[in-house]
Design a protein around this ligand. Structure first.
Ligand code: NAG
Ligand code: NAG
Ligand code: NAG
Ligand code: NAG
Ligand code: NAG
Ligand code: NAG
Length: 512
């Protein structure tokens, strides 16, 4: 009987064991389920990438928000000046063509900060840009150059539409003030860029309509880029449309070109692009909002590339971007007269920003009139357009959509607009387009520390993602193996503890 009892206890233990086993099965089942969920998450969805993208969103206090307000790397601007070398011969009529010589580069480091930042509830942020330029290398700013007198030419362009009497008055005033009334000036490059004393400008500043619109106190050809920019920019901060500019000064339109399509504000500031767009449609055209030209610039997908040690996507500015014709971008061309429908477009390869710059007769093009019309070269000697030196592109991170490298190259030109009743423009022909400077904005030689971080983060993210994917695969295999083993185990023990069997055994024991 003793024996019988202990065997019964053993049987009891055995059945208790079955319950424990069943519990284990549940645990393995749960683990298998979890591993399937993580597997699906890492292999079939973008959960991991989305988590990284989520970190890119600009939120109060986040790291990306701080980096965005004060970008740690500045753009480098290589600036080239066109020095007019035969002005005396040209003015005296000996030379029929003006001769220019490219002088440079003058290399500046541009630091950008975004100030007066206000985050809104609806995933937008409003801010202003503040830039400063520091000369770092290249030719000295003290070099003297001979350049067109932009202020005088602007004054002529303004007074072209005044009546004859006012023009005479203006002429007398300019002559009386003994201003620098030559069509060309000789001055140091630094002053030409960032501002020089000019009585004409001092006079203009006191002129009420100009008083508010002039953002600087000394006139320089790049002075408008230096310092706090008055424009308040509103931009989206979520990953769907990260970086897209929604409004400038509260308006969704530039209200410059008198046309809805050309006036619409969209695109980003060029430092980042919506990552979801880049991931889903890498070959779509992306847009940069070029506030200084009052328009957007399309960048077309070109190819996969490699910069700063990581794979990138290259987007290029089409070579005909500055060409407006009656069937392409005609809304950028000025109307023939105020109430007319016909528009007159500038020569191919030039973009008229006069309307965008308070009527200053400025024209934008590629450097050396690259891809520009033949007529542009007829009055100027010394220009040598070259595709690889004079085109613009951005290289974007393939997943995150931020700019890893870029080269933006533009040339600023002056249009000669003579006023009939006024001297001062010498032998210059009405409508000539005179090159002033060209700027090569570079962001491709990152400092070593940042390059390494970028390299690491790219490969680390990929490695971690791959690691997680393979781990989840192993997890699935292991947990399913365990589950199967547990199930088989349970089935076996079920066979061993089947009531019939136990009954039979008890009977046998009884018989003993
Ligand atoms: C620009 O041209 C003028 C006139 O030819 C010359 O005197 C001057 O040295 C030139 N400047 C530079 C920086 O080459
Ligand atoms: C961020 O939050 C802090 C504290 O809530 C607030 O003082 C600050 O103004 C916020 N910053 C922005 C840009 O909204
Ligand atoms: C977001 O909020 C700001 C401030 O409240 C407002 O000016 C802006 O129009 C809003 N934007 C959208 C898209 O609703
Ligand atoms: C982008 O590529 C896809 C196929 O890879 C193609 O179907 C689509 O038309 C392309 N889109 C553009 C804008 O080129
Ligand atoms: C540039 O635009 C201004 C005004 O918008 C116009 O008066 C001028 O004729 C234009 N110049 C060219 C070359 O189209
Ligand atoms: C369990 O018992 C059934 C018959 O009762 C048998 O077919 C099966 O193979 C047994 N399973 C194991 C794992 O021994």
């Amino acid at each position: 009987m003793e024996e019988k009892k202990s065997i019964a206890r053993a049987i009891e233990r055995l059945t208790g064991g079955t319950q424990r086993r069943r519990g284990r099965c549940w645990a393995y089942g749960l683990a298998a389920l979890l591993s399937v969920v993580t597997f699906v998450l890492f292999w079939c969805t973008n959960a991991f990438r989305d988590a990284i993208l989520w970190n890119l969103e600009l939120r109060n206090g986040s790291r990306s928000f701080l980096l965005w307000q004060r970008p740690p790397v500045g753009l480098q601007s290589n600036i080239y000046v066109f020095n007019y070398t035969n002005v005396r011969e040209f003015e005296s009529g000996i030379a029929r063509k003006l001769k220019v010589q490219e002088v440079g580069p003058f290399v500046y480091r541009e630091s950008l900060s975004r100030t007066n930042v206000h985050l809104h509830e609806n995933r937008t942020v409003t801010y202003q840009e503040k830039r400063s330029f520091q000369w770092i290398s290249g030719l000295s700013e003290r070099q003297n150059v001979v350049v067109p007198n932009v202020l005088l030419m602007s004054a002529l362009a303004y007074s072209r539409d005044l009546n004859y009497l006012l023009q005479i008055g203006f002429t007398m005033m300019v002559t009386g003030l003994k201003l620098r009334a030559n069509p060309f000036l000789e001055l140091p490059v630094g002053e030409y860029f960032w501002g020089y004393e000019d009585e004409l400008f001092e006079m203009a500043k006191r002129f009420p309509p100009l008083k508010q619109s002039l953002p600087y106190d000394k006139f320089g050809i790049l002075a408008f880029r230096n310092g706090l920019n008055a424009d308040r920019i509103t931009m989206y901060t979520g990953t769907d449309d990260l970086g897209s500019i929604q409004r400038i000064n509260g308006h969704e339109s530039y209200r410059i070109w008198g046309d809805e399509k050309c006036d619409r504000i969209y695109g980003t500031d060029g430092s980042m692009f919506p990552p979801n767009l880049i991931q889903q449609q890498p070959n779509a055209t992306i847009y940069v909002n070029a506030k200084e030209f009052c328009r957007q610039l399309p960048f077309r997908y070109e190819r996969r590339s490699f910069s700063n040690g990581i794979p990138t996507l290259r987007y290029k500015l089409p070579s005909n971007v500055f060409t407006s014709t009656s069937n392409k971008d005609s809304c950028f061309c000025p109307k023939e007269s105020y109430d007319s429908v016909t528009r007159i477009c500038p020569p191919a390869g030039t973009f008229n920003i006069s309307a965008c710059k308070f009527g200053t007769p400025l024209i934008v093009s590629f450097p050396h009139f690259y891809s520009g019309d033949e007529s542009l070269f007829q009055k100027i000697e010394g220009l040598t357009p070259q595709q690889d030196r004079h085109e613009s592109y951005v290289d974007l991170h393939t997943h995150l959509g931020f700019t890893v490298a870029t080269r933006m190259r533009f040339q600023l030109n002056l249009e000669v607009r003579k006023a009939v009743g006024m001297p001062f423009s010498g032998n210059l022909e009405d409508g000539s387009i005179l090159p002033l400077i060209w700027v090569d904005m570079v962001f491709d030689d990152l400092p070593e520390s940042i390059r390494q971080t970028l390299y690491l983060s790219h490969y680390l993210v990929n490695a971690v993602e791959a690691g997680l994917q393979w781990c989840s695969l192993i997890g699935v295999v292991v947990s399913f193996g365990a589950l199967l083993a547990a199930l088989r185990n349970q089935e076996e023990s079920n066979n061993a503890t089947k009531p019939t069997t136990t009954d039979r055994r008890t009977v046998e024991l009884d018989r003993l």
